[in-house]
Design a protein around this ligand. Sequence first.
Ligand code: KG4
Ligand code: ZN
Length: 377
Amino acid sequence: DEAGVSLISADGAYGPDFSYSILGNGLTSQAALHAEYGGVYPNLAKREHARSLVPMLELALGETYRGATPISEDEKSALARILEREPELLEHLTEFLKKFSKPDVDAIAVTHGPGLEPALWVGINFAKALSLLWQVPIVAVNHMEGHVVLPLMHDGKLSQFEFPLLSLLISGGHTELVLSESFGKYKILGETRDDAAGEAFDKVARMLGIPYPGGPKISALAAEARTRGVTSETPVHFTRPMLHDGYDFSFSGLKTAVRRVVEAHTPVSEEMKLVIAREFEDTVADVLISKTLRAAEEYGAEAIVVGGGVSANTFIRSELARKIVESGNDAQLLIPPPELATDNSIMIALAGYFHARDKDFIEPDALVARGNLRLED
Ligand code: KG4
Ligand code: ZN
């Protein structure tokens, strides 16, 4: 439910000589629009992406490339074909070409999955259109790779760390533990069998009458419960799902357990909401952290990345940091700044840069939305 366009400049191979700067960034979220559906509504998302992309591109380009892009009749008809299913985007792009000259870019990186295919297609078709107009190649980027790569960056450079790298990826659509023995290599150690961590936060929020995406609000309630030491008459406790079995996750039973407590206490008082939010967040944090630490031990991880929207969660961040130290593990913890933990295009541009450097381009005709794309693909 985010549409973003950013322009980055980067230099150097993967390693200490790599550097980058963000020249422009446009990001818009549809979260408020989806609030009434309690989640992302595919057709609405598609329409909003088509509306947002050109304004976000204009933000990313800023004042540097004001002018106009001359366009031939052939290009015009090619554009119309590419954006056949996105008439509004075609209209916006046509106006854009009257206002902006061809920017000095070497490659376009675009997310091709995983995600909702109708929404992915809008970005893909936009990338194809720009590739044609600007005569630059396209790199197809896995959304989850963006969530891994971003936390590796710090202050225009790559952080110094050693492999193996263990990534805990926690977003609205995915929950995965991923091992990398070298840059760009991913082995999925475990993943959720049902709901994703962020999805669980959002669904619990909904049960408590909190609009989508409720993750941050649940976390705020849990924090309040902790600082004020709020308790309930009947204690609330949730079983930690699959705590000791393997590296897969399951959050759907937890969701049901929360529903039962909510139903037993309806109408749920404000105090009870605090208690439920706290116990829920404690449960999710316990499961995520204990599996991460176990995997870090088993695979001898030198560094641990936490990425995806839920990595913005203050409690999970601080508990993980605390428990790494407490367990005597000396893995280095790499977490994104909270404002870049949730979806953005900077992470896609950065991940895309390394593919572009390897000339890992895709022919526009071969570029398709891959809803179930996995990091191992
Ligand atoms: O990575 P992301 O921006 O989008 C996907 O790729 O899905 O993750 C969004 C998810 C949502 O479920 C949202 O509720 C959750 O991240 N989230 C949080 C917090 N901030 C965002 N969950 C818990 N605590 C937070 N502070
Ligand atoms: Zn994401």
